[in-house]
Design a protein around this ligand. Structure first.
Ligand SMILES: NC(=O)c1ccc[n+]([C@@H]2O[C@H](COP(=O)([O-])OP(=O)(O)OC[C@H]3O[C@@H](n4cnc5c(N)ncnc54)[C@H](OP(=O)(O)O)[C@@H]3O)[C@@H](O)[C@H]2O)c1
Length: 264
């Protein structure tokens, strides 16, 4: 049913996510060129694997391209020989547009969806920002939503936004991970044991996010609730502002966004 081309970081995250959501192992076929990786995935997840794009193209209803952006052209060219109108092609490659994919396929195939996911699909908490051609087959679109909504939150967005979204939700987890690690390290620096420091850092973030979401708070409202006049938190916030924390975040996101446009 679902053929995943490329069993790397993201390919594996999708495998984990689908299995966790109850999709049957037999419904997943992964095409991976690296032999060791292929065997590892087959053993770990009890899924079907192969090394032929052609087999995926000929047998799978939904095909997910999860290779590096510069490899998408070659994959599409191989798939174009066999793609039929009852199949759905999905790409997660950063910076590769629907138009690029269509041009690589060299056919008038319309059932193409571009998603910008993040690694959290593995735990069914992913963000899947999605764009597609309006002429897409409606039954296939239904199938897409049925299967992929198991992996997290699907947002239908204008394709123009996908590169910007890549910087926030695709790359964001890396920045957030560095923040969690730094918070824990700082905790260790002031004497908290390593395991507790990491737990506190993680739960502080989890609790903050849950409260903002559940109570529909603006982040500034939560910040203000924690910050008493002349108290401890405002001391930390002063350092954060003196060191241009917000400007640094803008810069990180802008550089990531700029790179997204150059990766093909
Ligand atoms: N990582 C993220 O958080 C993230 C988030 C959003 C979107 N994405 C997108 O997801 C895509 C995959 O990223 P990734 O981090 O998972 O990369 P990755 O770990 O390098 O995975 C790609 C895998 O595909 C294999 N491959 C390459 N060409 C193939 C072919 N013709 N047939 C079968 N397998 C092939 C690669 O093998 P080799 O290593 O031998 O080439 C590699 O194992 C990228 O386009 C990226 O833009 C990633």
């Amino acid at each position: 049913m679902i053929g995943i081309i490329g069993g790397g970081n993201m390919g594996e995250a999708f495998i984990e996510g689908f299995l966790k959501a109850g999709v049957d192992n037999n419904e997943i076929l992964v095409c991976e060129i690296d032999e060791k990786r292929r065997k590892d995935l087959a053993e770990k997840y009890k899924i079907k694997v192969c090394d032929s794009i052609d087999i995926v193209g000929k047998t799978q209803k939904i095909i997910l391209i999860a290779v590096k952006p510069y490899q998408v052209k070659e994959v599409c060219e191989k798939l174009s020989n066999t793609l039929k109108d009852d199949q759905l092609l999905i790409s997660i490659a950063a910076g590769v547009s629907l138009k690029d994919i269509k041009s690589y396929l060299k056919t008038d195939f319309k059932n193409i969806i571009r998603i910008m996911p993040n690694l959290m699909v593995a735990v069914n908490k992913g963000i899947l920002a999605t764009s597609y051609y309006q002429k897409i087959d409606k039954d296939l679109l239904f199938d897409f939503k049925h299967y992929f909504s198991k992996l997290g939150y699907i947002y239908e967005v204008d394709e123009k936004l996908l590169d910007a979204i890549t910087a926030i939700s695709g790359s964001g987890p890396a920045f957030i991970s560095v923040f969690v690690e730094s918070l824990a390290d700082a905790g260790v620096y002031i004497g908290i044991p390593r395991n507790l420091a990491l737990d506190f850092a993680l739960n502080a973030i989890l609790g903050t996010v849950s409260m903002i979401k559940e109570k529909k708070l603006h982040p500034a409202t939560l910040k203000d609730k924690v910050t008493s006049p002349a108290g401890t938190t405002i001391e930390g916030l002063k350092v954060l502002e003196e060191n241009n924390f917000r400007a640094l975040i803008y810069k990180i996101i802008l550089e990531t966004f700029n790179k997204t446009k150059k990766v093909k």
